[in-house]
Design a protein around this ligand. Structure first.
Ligand SMILES: NC(=O)c1ccc[n+]([C@@H]2O[C@H](COP(=O)([O-])OP(=O)(O)OC[C@H]3O[C@@H](n4cnc5c(N)ncnc54)[C@H](O)[C@@H]3O)[C@@H](O)[C@H]2O)c1
Length: 324
C-alpha cells in the first residue's frame, strides 16, 4: 500500500492520560527499524515532564514533529482528532489515532479517503482488538447465536467530553461487529445520563442478517469494574474476561432434578475448558501491528470501512438514546 521504509521514525501527539501509555510502549519498542523521536503537546509542562522521563525530544510545534516523523500516534481529546490527523496525513505521516476516530461521521469519511489517496495507514486505536483473549476467541467462534458484553466501571469525573457509548461501549461494538461475519440488520439503543449531559449507562442491542443477536452494556456509574464478553453457540458457551485475558469454554451441559427423601436437588454439570491465551500488552501489540502494516509486512486486521460502520452505529445509538 505505502512506500517501503527501512526505519520508522515515530512521534506522539498529546501525552495526557492515554498518550503517556503510548510513549511508554513506543520507547520500549525502540530498535534498528523503529525509533520514537519525539512528542508534542499543547500542555508544555506535561510535555516537558514526559520528554525528560523518556529522554525524547519535546517539539515546539506540531509541524516540526510531523516534518521529522514517518508515523504519529494521536492521543489528543477526540474533538481535535480530525484537524491533527488531516495535518499529519498531509505531511506524509502514517497515523495511529485513538478511538473514537472522530466525533462526526463526515470527518471520519474524509480522513479515511485522504489516507487512501495519500497511501498512508490510518489505524484506529481500538486496543481490545489486540487483547490476547480476543485474538484467540476469533478462532473458536463459529456462527454465534447470541453475544453479550458487559463493560462497567465506577464513575470518574475525568471524562467530560463524551458519553459511555464513545468512551467505553465502542470497544465492544468493534469486537462484536468483527466477530459476526454478517451484516447488521437492525439495532436499538437505550441509556441514561446520571452525572452530566452525556449518557453514563447504555445498552445497544443488535440483530444481524444471519440471525445472530447481541446485547452490549456499558456503564461508568457502577460500583465495580468488569469487562466481559459471553458467547452462546449451539455446542459451547464462551466467557471471555478482557481484564485478565482468560477464556472459559463450557460444553456438554446437562441438568437433572434429583429427588431425595425430604428435598429435591438440582444438579447442573458442564465440561469447562480454559483456553490457552498468549497474554501480552495489547497496546504494544497494537503498535507492532501498526508498524508491520507500514512496513508492508501485514494487512490491517480491520478495514477502515468496518471502522466507519462501528462509528456510524455508535453515533446513531447516541442519537436514539437522546430521543428517548
Ligand atoms: N483506547 C482506549 O482505551 C482509550 C482510553 C482513554 C482515552 N482514549 C482516547 O484517547 C484520547 C485522549 O484521551 P485522554 O484521556 O488521554 O485525554 P487527556 O486529556 O488525558 O490527554 C489529552 C492530551 O492532549 C493534549 N492536547 C490537547 N489539545 C492538543 C492539541 N491541539 N495538540 C497537542 N496536544 C493537545 C492535552 O494537553 C493533553 O495532555 C481520546 O480520544 C480518548 O477517547 C482511548
Amino acid at each position: 500500500m505505502s512506500e517501503k521504509l527501512n526505519e520508522i521514525k515515530t512521534g506522539v501527539v498529546g501525552v495526557g492520560h492515554m498518550g503517556k501509555y503510548h510513549v511508554n510502549v513506543l520507547a520500549g519498542l525502540n530498535s534498528s527499524t523503529h525509533q520514537l523521536i519525539g512528542i508534542y503537546d499543547v500542555n508544555k509542562d506535561n510535555a516537558q515532564k514526559i520528554s525528560e522521563q523518556y529522554k525524547v525530544k519535546n517539539y515546539e510545534s506540531l509541524s516540526q514533529l510531523l516534518d521529522d516523523c514517518d508515523a504519529v500516534t494521536i492521543a489528543v481529546p477526540t474533538e481535535h482528532h480530525y484537524k491533527i490527523a488531516i495535518e499529519a496525513i498531509n505531511h506524509g505521516c502514517h497515523v495511529l489515532i485513538e478511538k473514537p476516530v472522530t466525533p462526526k461521521i463526515e470527518e471520519a469519511i474524509e480522513l479515511i479517503e485522504l489516507a487512501k489517496k495519500k497511501k498512508k495507514i490510518l489505524q484506529i486505536g481500538h486496543v481490545e482488538r489486540f487483547n490476547g483473549a480476543v485474538i484467540e476467541v476469533q478462532k473458536i467462534v463459529d456462527n454465534p447465536i447470541y453475544i453479550e458484553t458487559k463493560r462497567i466501571a465506577p464513575f470518574s469525573p475525568r471524562i467530560q467530553d463524551a458519553g459511555v457509548v464513545l468512551d467505553m461501549l465502542i470497544h465492544d461494538l468493534d469486537i462484536v461487529l468483527n466477530l459476526v461475519k454478517s451484516p447488521v440488520k437492525d439495532y436499538y439503543a437505550v441509556g441514561q445520563s446520571l452525572k452530566g449531559k452525556h449518557e453514563d449507562i447504555a445498552v445497544v442491542t443488535l440483530k444481524f442478517e444471519n440471525n445472530t443477536m447481541a446485547s452490549l452494556m456499558a456503564s461508568r456509574v457502577s460500583q465495580a469494574k468488569e469487562r466481559k464478553l459471553f458467547i452462546t453457540q449451539e455446542k459451547s458457551y464462551i466467557i471471555l474476561n478482557y481484564a485478565n485475558q482468560d477464556i472459559e469454554i463450557h460444553k456438554n451441559a446437562s441438568s437433572a432434578n434429583i429427588t431425595m427423601p425430604d428435598e429435591i436437588r438440582y444438579s447442573q454439570e458442564s465440561y469447562v475448558e480454559n483456553l490457552f491465551v498468549h497474554k501480552d500488552n495489547p497496546l504494544k501489540s497494537e503498535h507492532i501491528h501498526f508498524h508491520k502494516c507500514i512496513m508492508g509486512e501485514a494487512d490491517p486486521i480491520v478495514s477502515n470501512e468496518k471502522d466507519l460502520e462501528t462509528l456510524r452505529i455508535a453515533l446513531a445509538s447516541i442519537e436514539m438514546i437522546k430521543k428517548r
